[in-house]
Design a protein around this ligand. Structure first.
Ligand code: F6P
Length: 345
């Protein structure tokens, strides 16, 4: 079988571990893995393809980013996109595709599978850990470790200067990174999109801490949290008016707004740190390498067995798979994690 492998959407640590695992499994069974460059662009353009050999995937297990590069290319939205995919299939046919991506990529894969009959197996990736149909996406643990290390550092300087430090973390519309990194670093408040909060409530909690003898506080806020600053409904702070290349709103900036509001309402000196893309870069931690490897092996096995139209998934400790139809939506943060973290506020 000729099997295309692609990485689409925002990158995350562990992509290369999946590429390596799927390639090695396919080669071992006598198949031909083909690297599709820059996401789905490589499916539409045969010139954007490379042979995946044992040499090509040597030494990439621990490497951040993706050797296949990534993009937001969606054949449904590109001029003549689907026609180009069909022409590429005629001139350089593939028997199936392993598409490594987040919720948007699973959706594109599902449509391609249903509309063109192309056999696609999805692999869920994202630091946000918000893909429906799996208990865990690889990349998440590395992002949480990076954020935890950063918050530990913020803690010592906050203590020295009796400050409130607000740390804004990624996660788009989910609070997984904030909840996990906040819990791991003993944050004094964790603000996530899934739970409505007002600034007054957070200010009161910080005042309460100071009355109990604390002289500094760490507030971890997910970039997509909708806070109520004044009367009325919660609002998400946007980094820019224009949407990103997927058409999604560009979220960001809530940390600065929250720090200044908290300083105004409590009188405690406040600072903000936005961790940004540092959470997405660098070498994957061991648990992400292991999960990514298990996903890559299973994706290759599904393709070879002809079980396409599915996404590999982790259920408990077991690797399995779910139909694309069961991957729609955004998986919210586990409330039990937040409740456990809140015991220490
Ligand atoms: O989905 C992963 C993610 O890193 C989100 O946490 C974040 O909101 C977004 O991607 C940032 O995207 P971009 O790289 O386009 O700025």
């Amino acid at each position: 079988m000729r099997v295309g492998i692609l990485t689409a959407g925002g990158d995350c640590p562990g992509l290369n571990a999946v590429i390596r695992a799927a390639t090695r499994r396919l080669l071992a069974d006598g198949h031909e893995p083909v690297g599709l460059l820059r996401g789905y662009e490589g499916l539409a353009e045969p010139s954007q393809r490379i042979p995946l050999t044992e040499e090509r995937v040597r030494g990439i297990l621990q490497l951040g980013g993706t050797i296949l590069e990534s993009s937001s290319f969606d054949p449904h939205h590109e001029p003549r996109g689907l026609e180009r995919v069909q022409a590429a299939q005629a001139s350089d046919p593939l028997d199936a595709v392993i598409a490594i991506g987040g919720d948007h990529t699973q959706w594109v894969s599902r449509r391609l599978h249903e509309e063109t009959g192309l056999g696609v197996v999805g692999v869920p990736k994202t630091i946000d850990n918000d893909v429906v149909g799996t208990d865990r996406t690889f990349g998440f643990d590395t992002a949480v470790q990076t954020a935890t290390d950063a918050i530990d550092k913020l803690r010592t300087t906050a203590q020295s200067h009796h400050r409130v430090i607000v740390c804004e973390v990624m996660g788009r519309n989910s609070g997984w990174i904030a909840a996990a990194a906040g819990m791991a670093s003993g944050a004094d408040q964790i603000i996530v999109p899934e739970v409505e909060r007002t600034v007054d409530e957070i200010a009161a909690a910080l005042r309460g801490r100071h009355e109990r003898g604390h002289t500094s506080s760490i507030v971890v806020v997910a970039e997509g949290a909708a806070l109520t600053f004044e009367r009325g409904h919660g609002e998400v702070v946007l980094a820019a008016e224009t949407p990103d290349s997927y058409g999604y709103a560009r979220i960001g900036g809530i940390g600065a707004r929250l720090a200044s509001e908290l300083e105004g309402r409590t009188g405690f000196e406040a600072r903000v740190t936005v961790l940004g893309h540092i959470q997405r870069g660098g070498s994957p931690v061991a648990t992400d390498r292991i999960l990514a490897t298990r996903y890559g092996l299973h994706a290759a096995e599904l393709v070879v067995r002809g079980q396409t139209g599915r996404m590999v998934s982790l259920r408990g400790t077991e690797i399995s798979s779910v139909p694309f139809a069961e991957t729609e939506g955004v998986r919210p943060v586990d409330p039990a994690l937040l409740a456990a973290a809140a015991v220490f506020y």
